[in-house]
Design a protein around this ligand. Structure first.
Ligand SMILES: [Zn+2]
Length: 272
């Protein structure tokens, strides 16, 4: 699944390629993906719209057109390709936006789990799904006081950090890396964390996400970004996917366990 850094890379890759273009028409081959619109209303709403910019909120991409915003979640396998409009539709291309300059943006999704939803820009952050999300690393509202409040639960810190309504944008890989950086055991109940540990989590989350964005994400599974470039962050992973390899700090073997059904990697010596 693409995580925040991969989605950031997709955004930065697409921006110079399609910003400023005008929509000529759209083609929807799998209508469920654009619900609640139909293929006709999707086309009607996007026709003649100019793409002003592309932004990102957590793992959502926001294609900001003149008077409508296309909110996209790539889910498991979604990818975008920019192609000449005359090229034939490929098997897993489910939605195409044709621009007036003879190019097109194709949404490709083998698993068909992605969503492309049209929204009114003014109220987009006041309504689901965006109003339910927490704060990204580096957001000024993400403070130790805020975390202390949100951590009033006996659920494990690993599970709580995966909860996107608390910290936004940390997926499974990054949570393992953050907990190793903060020297916190993934099984520790969230309510047992000290204020200092909350502060360390904020610091580590910011540092790890920055590094991952700089390197284009991790791309561990089948995910490649929109131009087929895989991320280099996977070479920087300190614990995730390193079961039985020596810890980079104490050289004890890294352990793999399941927490809340998710494969979790940690050093039982450094993360007491
Ligand atoms: Zn260690």
């Amino acid at each position: 699944m693409p995580e925040l850094p991969e989605v950031e890379t997709v955004k930065e890759t697409l921006k110079p390629l399609i910003t400023g273009k005008t929509v000529e028409k759209t083609a929807v081959y799998y209508e469920k993906m654009v619900m609640p619109e139909t293929k006709e209303s999707f086309n009607q709403l996007l026709k003649n719209q100019i793409l002003n910019t592309i932004s990102r909120y957590g793992k959502y991409l926001l294609f900001e057109f003149t008077s409508v915003t296309l909110l996209v979640h790539l889910r498991m396998e979604g990818k975008f390709y920019v192609k000449e409009a005359r090229l034939p539709k490929e098997k897993h291309e489910h939605v195409t936006i044709f621009f007036t300059d003879g190019t097109s943006l194709r949404y490709h999704d083998v698993r068909k789990f992605g969503t492309l939803t049209l929204k009114v820009p003014d109220s987009i952050f006041d309504n689901p799904p965006l109003n339910k999300l927490g704060y990204e690393p580096h957001h000024p509202n993400l403070t130790k006081t805020y975390l202390k409040q949100k951590f009033k639960t006996t659920r494990s810190i690993k599970t709580v950090l995966l909860d996107q309504t608390i910290i936004l944008g940390l997926g499974n890989i990054y949570v393992d890396e953050v907990l190793f950086c903060a020297k916190i055991n993934p099984l520790k109940p969230a309510n047992k964390l000290t204020t200092n540990q909350c502060e360390t989590i904020i610091h580590c989350a910011g540092k790890i996400i920055d590094k991952a964005i700089e390197l284009g994400g991790s791309s561990i599974r089948t995910y490649l970004n929109s131009l087929g470039i895989s991320g280099k962050f996977q070479n920087e992973l300190t614990v995730h996917l390193r079961a039985n390899e020596p810890c980079i700090i104490c050289e004890n073997p890294i352990k793999k366990i399941k927490v809340g059904g998710r494969g979790t990697y940690y050093c039982s010596h450094c993360q007491k």
